[in-house]
Design a protein around this ligand. Structure first.
Ligand SMILES: *Cc1c(COP(=O)(O)O)cnc(C)c1O
Length: 380
């Protein structure tokens, strides 16, 4: 196989178990948007359910429909704003949209009425993310409106945190401010005699650093896929006090990206490798051509700043990454053989989080960017 992404489901299960232990009996929503961050939404959803997950989060209606087709019957939350022409499909697939405004609530109610069903919805409140959501002061009005509609049922209330993965004091304070705005808005809804449904706010950062954000349910994505944006022990003292009673969450990267040495050749001192002639050999050496490029999702910025691990040893990626191939310098006397496996990240190589640093991005972008043409190989 030229290139594959090995998905270590055993690690995913351990990560999920670790999060579950951390948040106690709270519900867990597993974000499986973007094909489960590149890991395969259906496979991840199936193991998640076996391990006790309660619901899933998607960004596109098509992602929700894919899960329904695979026989997933638990609630599927639609995190992003759909367009009106998708409402029929939402209703048909029984997907639970986040509602940020009265206008969309009305359109949804009409769609559900036309299909003679009652659609579950969650209210989304913008407490400081500055993206989707109603203002906290308008949350009660939106909840009351939804309550009056005969074809909508309010089953949850949510917000999203902007800096929960940062242990810097101003960011911790901002998260606290978001949570207090959220709690106030939720209390207004409760005090008016309306049940806000399941109340949720915590993404991965908040699962690690903010016990106050766990509420009824948590929605950690990147953490379950094995990347910790923050470490408990680097949190400032006042935060640590609350965290003291918990064991650090263990998160092992679930994806391992492996390609193949497709060709080996000798090159002489002064000769160049790949487009733009950005790398020139300082001495005679051997170059191994690998069967992976930016069309597979190996970011172009990794050229001249990352490595591949072959037979347990790291070799630098030299020259520009091409669409379908890249090159490593394997040295003059080399143990590397044609058709050897070369690990790009995960497994015996550093994780996608390290590659992200080298390529000026975040692990999310690296793992969701692994292209469809790279087969996912599942390990139990
Ligand atoms: C993507 C997403 C999450 C998960 O975020 P992570 O940083 O991966 O934990 C949670 N909630 C919403 C609304 C999201 O869009």
């Amino acid at each position: 196989m030229r290139t594959k992404a090995v998905i270590h489901l055993d690690r995913f299960k351990e990560n999920l178990a670790s999060v579950k232990a951390r948040v106690g009996g709270r519900h867990i929503c597993v974000p499986v948007k973007a094909d489960a961050y590149g890991h395969g939404a259906v496979q991840i959803a199936k193991v998640s359910l076996k391990e006790g997950a309660n619901c899933f989060g998607v960004a596109a209606v098509s992602e929700g429909m894919e899960l329904r087709k695979a026989g997933i019957t638990v609630p599927i939350l639609l995190f992003s704003q759909p367009s009106p022409d998708e409402i029929q499909e939402i209703v048909k697939a029984n997907i639970t949209p986040f509602v940020s405004d009265a206008e969309f609530a009305a359109v949804l109610n009409d769609g559900a009425k036309a299909a003679k069903t009652k659609l579950q919805v969650h209210i989304k409140i913008d407490t400081g993310m500055g993206r989707l959501g109603c203002l906290p002061k308008n949350a009660l009005a939106l909840a009351s409106q939804i309550e009056k509609y005969s074809n909508l049922k309010l089953t949850g209330t949510a917000t999203h945190l902007a800096v929960s993965d940062s242990a810097k004091i101003p960011d911790i304070d901002f998260t606290k401010k978001q949570l207090s705005r959220f709690n106030k808005a939720v209390n207004n809804i409760r005090n008016a005699g309306i049940n806000p449904g399941i109340v949720h706010a915590a993404n991965s950062g908040a699962v690690i650093l903010h016990p106050d954000a766990w509420l009824d349910m948590v929605r950690p994505g990147i953490l379950l896929y094995g990347y910790k944006a923050a470490q408990e022990f680097e949190a400032p003292v006042k935060q640590l006090k609350k965290l003291k009673k918990y064991k650090a969450i263990s998160a092992e990267p679930v994806m391992e990206l492996i390609t193949t040495v497709s060709f080996i050749k000798k090159i002489k001192k002064g000769e160049n490798v790949s487009y733009g002639r950005t790398w020139i050999a300082r001495e005679d050496t051997n170059i191994a051509v690998l069967s992976i490029g930016y069309a597979d999702g190996l970011v172009r910025l990794a050229g001249n700043s990352w490595q591949a691990v072959i037979g347990g040893e790291a070799y630098p990626l030299v020259g520009r990454i091409c669409m379908d191939q890249c090159c490593v310098d394997i040295g003059k006397k080399t143990k590397v053989k044609r058709w050897d496996e070369a690990v790009i990240f995960g497994g015996s190589a550093p994780s996608a989080a390290e590659l992200a640093k080298a390529a000026a991005t975040i692990p999310y972008e690296i793992i969701c960017g692994i292209n469809k043409r790279v087969p996912r190989v599942y390990k139990q």
